[in-house]
Design a protein around this ligand. Structure first.
Ligand SMILES: NC(=O)c1ccc[n+]([C@@H]2O[C@H](COP(=O)([O-])OP(=O)(O)OC[C@H]3O[C@@H](n4cnc5c(N)ncnc54)[C@H](OP(=O)(O)O)[C@@H]3O)[C@@H](O)[C@H]2O)c1
Length: 336
């Protein structure tokens, strides 16, 4: 089956997605009977459309060589929703920058896709943070599918584990270290790096948000907690319901003092007894979350019937995030 795909955003995540779709095309075709054809792409310069499908690796190379989408063959203006009005597509992949206040252009594009009955897979948390319930309703009303497993800890399938594999479980406590950039910076400070050098390394590998204050002020962690709580616990919270503190007041001296006691400081998200928080917490290095180092992210799920399960991922570059977008798409379209 041919899947006509639109990519909103052409940054680190979607370039990795394009490479994965190319590298895995034989498995996707042989095992899942799926061929992904990229018929439209966007970046901040505009939209380009090629109904026959772009060469995925050429798209990556062109962007890496600094060619903006407005110079691509098939340039079709700067408004994706307008450009796509007369085009059939099966799926929108959304990985443009986060706007957690309004959802931004991404929210509009996602709503338009769902209203047309096209499925949507997101890495961008913004639309789900702002309009979780509305998007699910739109998807239901239009028989479209909406998936966003990549929004929570990239390749760590937190949502899938809790929603798919813990049927009828009740969640007593969910806590985790969800932001690789903050975790890497704290480890870097302990090892003698400056805050600026550690942040630069996070930006160089494509892990930091376009606005890194979202990472270090705790907001990226709060977005992920909100998505988990609303998706898995069936709640309907907003960011105002989460008590958020970031890592900017943590110093190398504080980290060294705790290390001397066998402890560490982690930016921990927690959902327990209807209380939601993101804050730096002193943990024993032997604690599961305390052992979450550098580029690792982790979650602990305490359930009534599924025990306490511990999940951890090492993700430096956003390859697992991109793989999770592919996984969501395969879960939508595969009949296997
Ligand atoms: N990187 C990760 O590890 C990771 C993990 C999980 C989730 N995410 C989420 O995935 C999304 C993308 O992350 P990324 O690392 O790929 O970001 P990125 O490298 O900064 O790329 C963002 C892309 O979006 C484009 N863009 C900017 N404004 C746009 C607009 N109005 N319409 C369409 N495209 C626009 C940019 O265009 P230009 O190329 O012209 O600048 C760029 O191609 C973010 O929401 C992020 O939170 C990222």
């Amino acid at each position: 089956m041919e899947i006509k795909a639109v990519l909103n955003g052409m940054g680190s995540v979607h370039k990795n997605l394009l490479r994965i779709l190319e590298d895995k095309k034989d498995i996707l075709s042989d095992k899942y009977d799926l061929t992904f054809n990229i018929i439209a792409v966007t970046d901040s310069s505009g939209v380009a459309i090629n109904q026959n499908g772009y060469d995925k690796l050429e798209l990556c190379t062109d962007k890496e060589n600094g060619i903006p989408v407005r110079d691509f063959q098939g340039y079709a203006g700067d408004d994706l929703s307008v450009a796509l009005k007369n085009i059939d597509y099966d799926i929108l992949f959304e990985a443009s920058p986060v706007d957690h206040k309004t959802g931004g252009r991404a929210l509009e594009v996602v709503k338009n896709a769902l209203m047309l009955g096209s499925s949507v897979v997101l890495a961008n948390k913004g639309p789900v943070v702002v309009a979780h319930g509305e998007l699910h309703q739109l998807a239901k009303d239009n028989q479209a599918q909406l998936k966003y497993s990549a929004t929570v800890c990239g390749g760590l399938p937190v949502l899938n584990i809790a929603e798919r594999d813990m049927i009828a479980g009740e969640f007593i406590n969910i806590r985790g270290v969800f932001n690789g950039t903050s975790n890497f910076i704290c480890d870097g400070l302990l090892k003698g790096m400056t805050y600026e050098d550690a942040l630069k390394e996070a930006q160089d590998v494509g892990a930091a948000e376009a606005d890194p204050s979202l990472d270090v002020d705790g907001w990226d962690t709060a977005f992920k907690l909100l998505i988990i709580v609303n998706s898995v616990l069936g709640a309907n919270i907003t960011l105002d319901d989460i008590d958020v503190t970031g890592i900017t007041d943590i110093t190398a001296d504080m980290l060294r003092a705790e290390a001397a006691r066998g402890n560490t400081i982690k930016l921990v998200a927690s959902a327990k007894n209807g209380k939601y928080s993101v804050k730096p917490i002193v943990l024993a290095k032997s604690d599961f979350l305390g052992s979450c180092d550098g580029w690792e992210m982790a979650v602990e799920i305490h359930s009534d019937i599924y025990g306490i399960s511990y999940h951890k991922l090492y993700e430096k570059e956003p390859i697992p995030t991109a793989a999770s977008m592919m996984r969501d798409a395969v879960n939508i379209f595969s009949k296997n």
